[in-house]
Design a protein around this ligand. Structure first.
Ligand code: FES
Length: 232
């Protein structure tokens, strides 16, 4: 696995999370839903790599998070290449739903620029309040709706992207009934990934229709239909 050392140039607060701009070459930028295993080289070196996801994208700008609270601008960071499978937003979709279930919307909001660029309507379905500093970065074209709006009208989106902590998967299925969705849907399963994509420790294993899979290597984004019926 190629390792690159880069500098953390800026730290920003995004709701309860800290994100950072790291001066990485563009070819190392992860796509929405992918992650970079990163390890701080300065100060007290972290024992394990931290998986950092893209949380803010723009022309010439990429922020990764969530950073450990001890990381500071100027720190040197070792980064591996982008890992795992990210989201695949089909170019033909016109109504995009984003569902951060019990987690921050930061990872899913990285799909907004591509959605708007292809003239899709983008809605964010959440029952959690969105912190002001995150809201300020959400384009005005994005509609923010309660989760009930999706439950009542499951036929609205033609593509859905979900982000859920592995511990919340069963509750998500019970509350949202995703088996009623007819559109293409993908889910990012957020869980600890201590061996950073090597696929050896088994900590991130999740049951799918194709048997047990590793979130770190086979995900973190899966087709929703692969996990929704077997997640319990
Ligand atoms: S993190 Fe070790 S197998 Fe996935």
């Amino acid at each position: 696995m190629a390792i690159l050392s880069a500098k953390l140039v800026e730290v920003i607060q995004l709701g309860t999370e800290i994100a950072g701009l790291i001066d990485l070459p563009v070819k190392y930028w992860p796509l929405p839903g992918q992650y970079l295993p990163c390890q701080r080289l300065d100060g007290d070196m972290d024992g394990l790599a931290t998986p950092l996801f893209p949380v803010l994208v723009g022309p010439n700008r990429l922020a990764l998070g969530a950073l450990p609270a001890t990381w500071q601008p100027g720190d040197l960071v070792a980064c591996a290449a982008p890992q795992g499978h990210g989201f695949s937003l089909p170019g033909s979709v016109r109504r995009v739903g984003l569902v951060p279930y019990g987690v921050s919307p930061n990872r899913l909001l990285t799909l907004v620029p591509d959605g708007l660029a292809q003239q899709a309507a983008v809605s964010l379905f959440t029952d959690r309040g969105i912190p002001e500093d995150v809201l300020a970065r959400v384009p005005s074209q994005v509609e923010i709706l309660p989760l009930a709006a999706l439950v009542e009208e499951p036929g609205w989106p033609d593509y859905l992207a979900v982000d859920v902590d592995r511990s919340g998967l069963t509750t998500f299925i019970d509350q949202v009934a995703p088996h009623t969705w007819r559109c293409e849907a993908e889910v990012l399963i957020f869980t600890p990934m201590p061996c950073r994509g090597v696929g050896e420790c088994g900590v991130c294993a999740v049951r799918t229709r194709r048997g047990w899979r590793y979130v770190c290597a086979d995900g973190p984004v899966f087709p929703l239909k692969e996990v929704v019926h077997v997640a319990r």
